[in-house]
Design a binder for this molecule. Sequence first.
Ligand code: KG4
Ligand code: ZN
Length: 423
Amino acid sequence: MTTILGIETSCDETALALIETRSSDNGKLECRVIDSLVHSQAELHSAYGGVYPNLAKREHGKNIIPLLHKLLEGAGMDKSPERALPEAGTAESEGHLNDGAREGDLSIPALEQFRTEVSGQNPELWQAITHADFLRHKPKIDAIAVTEGPGLEPALWVGIECARMLGALWQIPIIPIDHMEGHIIGSLLPSDVARGAWQEFHDAPLPAIALLVSGGHTELVRVDALGKYEVIGSTKDDAVGEAYDKTARLLGLPYPGGPHIAELAAQAIAEGIEPPLKLPRPMIASKDLDFSFSGLKTAVLYAVRGAPKDADGRLDPSWAKGLAREFQSAVIETLLSKLRDAIEETGARSIILGGGVSANSALRHELEELARGHAVPIFMPSRHISGDNALMIAMAAAFGTAAHATKAPGEIRAQGTKRLGQS
Ligand code: KG4
Ligand code: ZN
């Protein structure tokens, strides 16, 4: 049995998870979720209408160690007597105190090699880790999985530095994971219930087509095996989630806007409000599998400019609902059309949906219909893990796929623009 700690800090969620894995009698990988915690910074970033990389970095640095404490405490692992690390102030650790040490630093010898880099680059993280008394005891964890990209580099670095320090402290390996592979594998877990039963992953018939839709990505990925991926279509400009967020902003809704637009669209349908105008279905007729959503956003901008408003300049609520309905239809029709082409082109035998936008009920519903029409199964993430989470990162590591380059901890770097299938 192997216990894996997952770390995910690629955007504005600080996320940690613990899983146990084992091989079943018939050689299948089984997983048990010990716990999965997500600390969202969305409220903080909402004032800016988007994610500020350096603010995200600082917040991750402040929050990741307290979140780790909560995770280990909840799992009963915070005081495991397996191996106590040297006490601060003992002969063993004293020789490592240097002028840069702050009062109260634990001065754990294994962390000294990180002092200059981490205290300089990320003082919040350094401060938190050197004051984390609970880290003196090595928990029963066998490996750490951490997101190396794609994502916001300053944010990714926090998870990577944290993984490196914990790896050195506990003397365990670090497995770098692609965030998008996480979104694929996350959809193959039947249940994300913490402290639940042992479960086998869904066996998606291959080749599969993964539709990955998030705030930063819109991709069609051909999956020939877990670990063998090829991006066969992607967005040329804005991602779907980004288009939702920008449209929401134009309608005066808070960030992240996806759920708000989805809610307005559902209200429009329930109240029989028709779209006030027709929006474009971008690139729907193009021969390739690529997407483009920036034109849709521009069309919304012009529509909002000419829309009926009250004396204070506020949009007419019915108009806004109708527009949200039309926007969502344009997005879903475009996604479905390209997915259909991708299935035909690759002879896909199953569909995998992943990424934050997969929380959208209308999209899920339409995709289920499409899968039924093509007589292929569809795998979608359970609701708690449709957004960014570390459970999917730990699970991707558990598969130990060929996509996981073995790297020395010092070689793991934040790769902001990492593309699935390329190392
Ligand atoms: O995967 P994710 O959590 O983070 C990234 O890696 O980007 O995706 C976040 C995106 C945001 O753009 C958010 O607005 C969108 O997912 N989103 C939704 C819904 N819930 C979240 N978009 C449409 N409908 C939803 N219900
Ligand atoms: Zn994501």
